[in-house]
Design a binder for this molecule. Structure first.
Ligand code: ASP
Length: 242
């Protein structure tokens, strides 16, 4: 029997209306129960709630926690789904692509723009599509599944904060689409050229906290750059320091 691991981390998908607004509070079992997902025979789902926070609160230490769970899960499971808030989902999927190297099985990150508890939530479709891809994918890797699109985890960006089609794969074609009937339609060109593992599964959770993304805009005060240099950030390489 094939086994799928579903990890919960919080976000809008896990939110419930409270007097102070929506709060991330459902655990992953409650989310799946709300979604009412029926699995094909032959699959077993195991769940684990590793965080329950709005993804805007996620820190680099949390990427390490998620990466370690994924790495150990890949040994015992045939596929992994991570339920995550959408605001920093693209950062987590990108970091996982570097922290968990050479996966031969699918690791899918998804979320929703509307809480699972709200009528018409996109959570049911996104979870159903993610489970399907985690169970049936022909390729391994870190993927984002959202609004029927299967995207390369280290290429996605959140491009819309309202629409259910909130993510786009930047400078890289979508890997597949999942139709309403639950059929995975691969992009044939990508499937042939999709990078295959170059070694055995490896966990590398090191990161350099001095990495900072600075958007250069007209009128930027040079003291911002001086401040970053003082903090130990360098530009491009040590040689380019100014
Ligand atoms: N603020 C939420 C989060 O990123 C938004 C969402 O999940 O859509 O956790």
């Amino acid at each position: 029997m094939k086994k799928i691991l579903v990890l919960g981390t919080g976000g809008t998908i896990a939110s419930v209306k409270t007097e102070e607004g929506f709060k991330s509070s459902l655990d992953i079992n409650e989310i799946l129960r709300h979604a009412g997902i029926k699995l094909h025979n032959g699959y077993e789902i195991h769940t684990k709630n590793i965080l329950n926070i709005d993804s805007t609160l996620i820190q680099p230490e949390d990427w390490e926690i998620i990466a370690k769970e994924v790495y150990s899960g890949l040994r015992d499971y045939d596929g992994i789904v991570i339920s995550h808030g959408t605001d920093t989902l693209a950062y987590t999927s990108s970091m996982l692509s570097f922290m968990v190297q050479n996966p031969t099985k699918p690791v899918v990150i998804t979320g929703a723009m509307k809480p699972i508890t709200e009528p018409g939530s996109d959570a049911v479709k996104n979870l159903r599509d993610s489970l399907l891809f985690a169970m049936e994918a022909k390729i391994g890797g870190i993927f984002v599944v959202f609004n029927g699109k299967v995207m390369n985890g280290c290429r996605v960006s959140k491009i819309n904060s309202v629409d259910v089609d909130a993510f786009k794969s930047i400078n890289y074609p979508d890997i597949a689409y999942i139709d309403e009937g639950g059929q995975i339609k691969y992009n044939a060109n990508i499937l042939d050229s999709y990078s295959r593992p170059r070694g055995s599964l490896k966990l590398d959770t090191q990161y350099d906290p001095r990495v900072f993304v600075l958007k250069l805009i007209p009128g930027l005060d040079s003291r911002v750059i001086d401040g970053l240099l003082d903090m130990g950030c360098f530009i491009g390489s040590d040689k380019w320091n100014f």
